[in-house]
Design a binder for this molecule. Structure first.
Ligand code: PSU
Ligand code: MN
Length: 328
């Protein structure tokens, strides 16, 4: 791979080399999940929250055919404002790099690139998953399978509630992806504090999450040295505070309308998730947007604390993937 294919910012590279905490942030939520101009303000706020938590933010995207791990101000601005920025899953990375395209990375593409660079903790809003129309459309986000083979800890507010949540949980079990409820016995519902589904494991501190990560590595043998290796991710499911959730009745009513509208208009593929999120935002008077942003904020804050705890616990676990791979 040419040296310029994956470019780490100076700050991110230095932090990884010194085993200081780094948190990866995805960019699809910025380019395609949030409305302008709020998206740029949120992108900057999320980076600031990571820094307040004592970690270095690494927002990930592809700009002009180079995968970038850690963006500067102008990079963030381009993502948030340029209408030509595509949505890239991990399968889109090679064509995007080869053609010089620019795109925002989904959970799958972000986790792939972050793990290759030696970043262990990643924060987002809600994961993709199995769509409600799955039996008919076979629409299951590439996020799930990628997480089944990538050793990274993803802090999220569960999976997006537009999905078939029980089916997504079942698929994660089949794929061997572990889930920890953070301070909860229930799987969060993205816009909602609870999806109503149970989780098997509950943790209550960043140190407990770091202990699970260490145990994963001990079991997996090669552990963090393997980069995007053959081992599964760990999902830390962190609920949005009840005071900031979307009213569950409003959620259920508007989501039913959104799903009808999606079907009627024949929206498919990559366009489904942005369509549904946008519909909810418009028809809840912006309330779903506030719940979404509140969830992401909480996840980013927690991710910084987990990244710090993981570094404290493993002072010798240098980011060998970054050193050994042809990644700058
Ligand atoms: N979380 C949010 N907003 C988003 C997404 C997640 O709060 O827009 C994005 C993520 O990038 C996720 C993607 O990977 O939606 C899933 O898209 P799809 O269902 O097409 O795989
Ligand atoms: Mn899909």
């Amino acid at each position: 791979m040419p040296e310029t294919t994956v470019v780490l910012s100076e700050e991110v590279r230095e932090a990884l080399t010194a085993n200081r905490p780094v948190v990866a942030l995805e960019s699809t939520i910025i380019a395609h999940g949030l409305p302008r101009p709020r998206n740029l303000a949120v992108a900057e706020e999320l980076e600031a929250l990571v820094r307040e938590g004592g970690a270095v933010p690494a927002t990930i995207a592809v700009l002009d055919g180079a995968a970038r791990i850690g963006l500067d101000k102008s990079g963030l601005e381009r993502l948030a404002t340029d209408p030509g920025v595509r949505k890239l899953g991990h399968r889109d990375l090679a064509p995007a790099l080869a053609t010089g395209a620019s795109g925002a990375t989904t959970v799958s593409a972000t986790a792939f690139l972050a793990a290759r660079a030696g970043i262990r903790v990643f924060a987002t809003g809600g994961l993709g998953g199995v769509h409600r129309e799955w039996a008919h459309t076979q629409d299951e986000s590439a996020d799930l399978r990628l997480l089944a083979r990538t050793r990274i800890t993803v802090v999220c507010a569960g999976v997006k509630s537009i999905l078939d949540v029980p089916a997504t949980l079942q698929r994660l079990e089949t794929l061997g992806v572990g889930i920890l409820g953070y301070g909860t016995e229930h799987f969060p519902g993205f816009y909602l504090t609870s999806s109503g589904e149970p989780v098997d494991w509950t943790v209550r501190s960043p140190q407990e999450v770091a202990a699970v990560m260490r145990a994963q590595d001990a079991l997996g043998g090669s552990g963090s040295g393997s980069g995007a290796g053959a081992e599964a991710a760990l999902i830390v499911a962190n609920p949005v505070p009840e005071a900031e959730q979307l009213d569950p009745e409003v959620h259920d009513r508007v989501l039913a309308e959104a799903l009808d509208a999606c079907r009627e208009r024949g929206i498919t593929g990559q366009a489904v998730t942005p369509f549904l999120l946008e519909y909810l935002m418009r028809h809840t008077g912006g309330a779903s947007l506030e719940a979404n942003i509140a969830a992401v904020r909480g996840n980013v804050r927690l991710a910084a604390r987990i990244a710090a705890a993981a570094c404290d616990a493993a002072p010798t676990a240098a980011p060998t993937a970054a050193a050994a791979d042809p990644v700058r």
